[in-house]
Design a protein around this ligand. Structure first.
Ligand code: TXA
Ligand code: MG
Length: 310
């Protein structure tokens, strides 16, 4: 159910949750200073309590309330990318932030989303914690209908344009010396390089203490099996997630757009992955991962690979 900014404000101040559109994917928001509302996020998503949440802000000044120590280049990054799809993990002033938000870590993930209605809401509510608005391990929500599917018709969704990018924000974490990419996302590495003066490396996800706990979990996956083009050819009953400029043999095709247009593919990817479960005729998903191994396609290939892992 769509709600206005005023209605969303009331619901949040009352300790309940609202789905908020951002430029990347929908978020599932709660007031950052209301522990029982934060608890609701974890329970309705089925999210493990050791997976921390991003704190969404309306202006860079607000960030200083929560930061213990600004890492180098923090200001340059925020000046250039905020509002926008970049999340920064920084040392937290822990006393200002419920441990549930941080999953007990001494850091906090901060971001200012670029979305007019959500920014207006944030100006009224103050900081909101919000993970992606989907059931844990499943694809994020990029359409209003995805929220209805996951949380029901009556779940409040702030009015406003649906997310345009279709993949989550890029997460950068400072490792004491340099910024690292803890999660690839809508900001590509080369654009970060322009501001940092070096190309940030991707954090090893297999390490014992990963910089970004969420990266260790299963993610973006349909319930039904998803096969990639690296594994085998599609067979009957497969929903083929493919490109408009290629030919596939099979009856069920979900068009991800042109294989040379990463923005279009990103915009459609999670809807396509969700379709695998929603279409009753479909036995299995099959996704064409034959895309250029370039910076522009890197996030997409990472999401596709993760979605296909069991
Ligand atoms: O685009 C986005 O980032 C969306 C929109 C709604 O803002 N949000 C999003 O949130 O994708 P979520 O919770 O689905 O993913 C956030 C990731 C998780 O993998 C989590 O582990 C990581 O950020 N994270 C959050 N706080 C962290 C922290 N203090 N240290 C390390 N990783 C953190
Ligand atoms: Mg998520």
């Amino acid at each position: 159910m769509y709600v206005s900014i005023e209605e969303a404000l009331k619901i949040l101040k009352n300790g309940d949750l609202v789905a908020i559109p951002t430029e990347t994917v929908y978020g599932l928001a709660a007031c950052y200073d209301n522990p029982s509302a934060i608890q609701k996020i974890f329970s309705i998503k089925g999210r493990p309590s050791n997976n921390p949440l991003i704190l969404h802000l309306s202006c860079p000044k607000e960030a200083s309330i929560f930061i213990k120590q600004e890492p180098p280049c923090f200001k340059a990054l925020t000046d250039f990318f905020w509002p926008g799809p970049l999340t920064l993990i920084v040392p937290a002033l822990t006393e200002k932030l419920d441990p549930m938000i941080r999953a007990g870590l001494s850091t906090i993930a901060l971001r200012i989303p670029s979305h007019p209605e959500t920014l207006s809401l944030l100006k009224k509510t103050g900081p909101l914690v919000a993970p992606s608005a989907n059931l844990s391990t499943r694809p994020s929500s990029t359409r209003y209908q995805h929220i209805v599917h996951d949380f029901g018709n009556d779940f409040p969704v702030l009015v406003g344009q649906e997310p345009g990018k279709g993949v989550e924000s890029t997460i950068l974490a400072f490792n004491g010396e340099r910024w690292e990419i803890a999660r690839e996302g809508a900001c590509c590495a080369s654009s970060l390089c322009q501001v940092l003066g070096y190309l940030p490396v991707k954090t090893a996800t297999k390490s014992e203490k990963p910089l970004c706990p969420g990266q260790c979990y299963r993610h973006y996956s349909p319930r039904k099996k998803l096969i990639t083009s690296f594994e085998s050819a599609p067979s009957q009953g497969d929903l083929i997630l493919g490109y408009s400029d290629r030919n596939y043999t099979g009856a069920l095709i979900y068009d991800l757009g042109s294989s040379s247009n990463p923005e279009e593919i990103a915009y459609r990817l999670y809807d396509g992955l969700r379709q695998i479960d929603q279409d009753e005729r479909v036995l299995r998903g099959w996704i064409d991962m034959d895309l250029p191994q370039t910076d522009e396609f890197s996030t997409l290939l990472e999401r596709m690979k993760k979605a296909s892992q069991k």
